[in-house]
Design a protein around this ligand. Structure first.
Ligand code: AOF
Ligand code: ZN
Length: 401
C-alpha cells in the first residue's frame, strides 16, 4: 500500500461531509452521502446523494465529471454500495471510471453492503482506505444506521423548559419559553427528522401547525397519538393542511367501537392516515402462571390485558411507523407523551432547550411527567452529552444509555 497524506484525506472528507449535508431532509430513509473526486491535487468533481430513489453520491460525481477520471482518488462518506437497489451499484461505476484509490468515511451497515462494497473494489485492484473522519460520518447518519439495523425509527424527545424545569406557567401560558434563535434551531431539527410526534392534548390546546419553517425546509410527517380519536374536526390547522402535509393519527385498537370507526372514516376523508395500534402483548404474571400450569384461559387473559391498555402502545407504534418507511421521529411532547416514550424504552436521543427564566408554580407542568420512578438509580441517563448556546438559552443533547 502506498502511503497517503492524512491531513489531505481529512480535508477532502470534510468537504464530502459538507456536500452530503446539503441534501438533509431529502434522502430519508436513505443516508446522506457526499463524494469528492480528486486528481493531481485538484477537485475534478463532487456531488451528493440528492434525493431518495435517485442516483447515489459516487455515481452523480462520476457521471457529471467532465475530466478524465482514470487514476483519480475518490472520497466518499459511506462505503460504496455493491447491490442493485433503486439504482445500480456504485462499485460498478468506480471500477468503470478507473478510480485508483477510494477513501471511505464509515462502513455501510446495510446487510446488502456491509463490507462487500470494499472487498469488491479491492478485488479489482483499487486501494481502499477506511475510517477517514469516521466518527463524524457515523454521527451524520445516526438515523440511517439505527433504522437499517432496527427497522424502527430513530426517536428523539425534544422539549423546551425554564431553568426551574417548567414547560408552561401554571396558567398554561407557554409562549415563549425559549428565544427566537432556539426556536429557529427546532425547525432545523424538524427538517432532519421524517416524523414529528405530539399527543392529542397538544393538538387540542395549542392548535399547532407542526410544519418546518426554515429556509429550504422539508415538512416532516405529523404523527398524532390519539388513543380514542378525540381529534377536533373544526378550526384546526392540521386538518386544514392534511392534504398538503402527510398526517398520521394513531389510536389504540383496544378502544375500537362503532363511534371510533366512524370518526376514523371522517378523518380518512380529510386526507389523514389513521392507524390502529395493537395493545402491548405484555405477558402478565397471571398469564405466565396459567400458561405454565394449565395452559388455559390464554384468550381471556389477553382480552383482559387489552381492556386495561387503552393508551397507544408506543413500542408497537414505532414498529408500524418503521414499516411505513418513517426512519426517525422527533417527539415534541407534552409531558405525558414524553413519559410514555421513556417508559416504553423507545427514546434514543434527547434535545433539552433550557431558557434562563424562573416561573415557579407547584402546578406548572414539567417536560416529562407520567408516574415517575421511585429511585435515582432507575433514572434514564444520557451519555455523549454536548451543549450549544443560542443567545443565552442552552441546548443539551445526549443519547439514552
Ligand atoms: C452509496 N452511495 O450515495 C448512498 C448509498 O435503493 P437504493 O439504490 O437508493 O439503495 C439504498 C441503499 O444504498 C441504502 O440503504 C444504503 O445502504 C446505500 N446508500 N450508498 O454507495 C450513496 N445513498
Ligand atoms: Zn451506491
Amino acid at each position: 500500500m502506498i502511503g497517503y497524506n492524512e491531513e489531505e484525506a481529512r480535508k477532502y472528507m470534510k468537504r464530502a461531509i459538507k456536500i452530503a449535508k446539503t441534501a438533509c431532509g431529502h434522502t430519508s430513509p436513505n443516508p446522506m452521502v457526499g463524494c469528492v473526486v480528486v486528481k493531481n491535487g485538484r477537485i475534478i468533481s463532487e456531488a451528493c446523494h440528492e434525493r431518495y430513489g435517485e442516483f447515489h453520491a459516487e455515481r452523480n460525481a462520476l457521471i457529471r465529471c467532465v475530466e478524465d477520471t482514470s487514476g483519480a482518488d475518490l472520497y466518499v462518506t459511506l462505503e460504496p454500495c455493491c447491490h442493485h437497489g433503486k439504482t445500480p451499484p456504485c462499485t460498478d461505476i468506480i471500477i468503470e471510471k478507473k478510480i485508483k484509490r477510494v477513501f471511505v468515511g464509515s462502513l455501510d451497515s446495510n446487510p446488502l453492503v456491509a463490507g462487500h462494497g470494499i472487498s469488491i473494489l479491492q478485488e479489482h485492484g483499487i486501494e481502499v482506505i477506511t475510517g477517514i473522519l469516521e466518527e463524524e460520518c457515523l454521527k451524520m447518519n445516526e438515523i440511517f444506521f439505527h433504522y437499517i439495523t432496527n427497522k424502527t425509527p430513530f426517536t428523539a424527545v425534544k422539549y423546551a423548559m425554564t431553568l426551574d424545569g417548567k414547560i408552561a406557567a401554571y396558567t398554561g401560558d407557554s409562549k415563549w419559553i425559549t428565544n427566537e434563535k432556539s426556536r429557529e434551531h427546532v425547525h432545523y431539527l424538524r427538517k432532519k427528522y421524517s416524523g414529528i410526534m405530539v399527543g392529542i392534548n397538544t393538538v387540542i390546546k395549542d392548535n399547532p401547525m407542526l410544519n418546518c419553517r426554515t429556509e429550504a425546509g422539508v415538512n416532516p410527517a405529523r404523527i398524532i397519538v390519539d388513543s380514542t380519536l378525540r381529534f377536533p374536526m373544526e378550526e384546526n390547522h392540521i386538518i386544514e393542511t392534511a392534504k398538503e402535509i402527510r398526517t398520521i393519527i394513531a389510536y389504540s385498537k383496544s378502544n375500537e367501537n362503532e363511534c371510533l370507526l366512524k370518526k376514523k372514516c371522517e378523518l380518512f376523508q380529510k386526507g389523514i392516515e389513521v392507524i390502529s395500534v395493537p395493545a402491548d402483548e405484555k405477558i402478565t404474571y397471571e398469564k405466565k402462571i396459567s400458561l405454565e400450569e394449565k395452559q388455559i384461559d390464554i384468550k381471556t387473559d389477553v382480552e383482559s390485558i387489552e381492556k386495561h391498555h387503552q393508551e397507544v402502545s408506543m413500542k408497537n407504534l414505532m414498529v408500524i411507523l418503521g414499516g411505513m418507511k418513517i426512519d426517525s421521529v422527533l417527539i415534541e411532547g407534552g409531558g405525558e407523551i414524553n413519559a410514555s416514550a421513556f417508559e416504553a424504552g423507545i427514546v434514543n436521543k434527547v434535545y433539552a432547550y433550557i431558557a434562563p427564566k424562573i416561573i415557579m408554580g407547584r402546578d406548572a407542568k414539567s417536560p416529562v411527567s407520567g408516574e415517575g420512578i421511585p429511585l435515582m438509580m432507575d433514572a434514564v441517563t444520557l451519555k455523549d452529552i454536548s451543549v450549544k448556546e443560542f443567545d443565552g438559552d442552552i441546548l443539551v443533547e445526549g443519547y439514552v444509555r
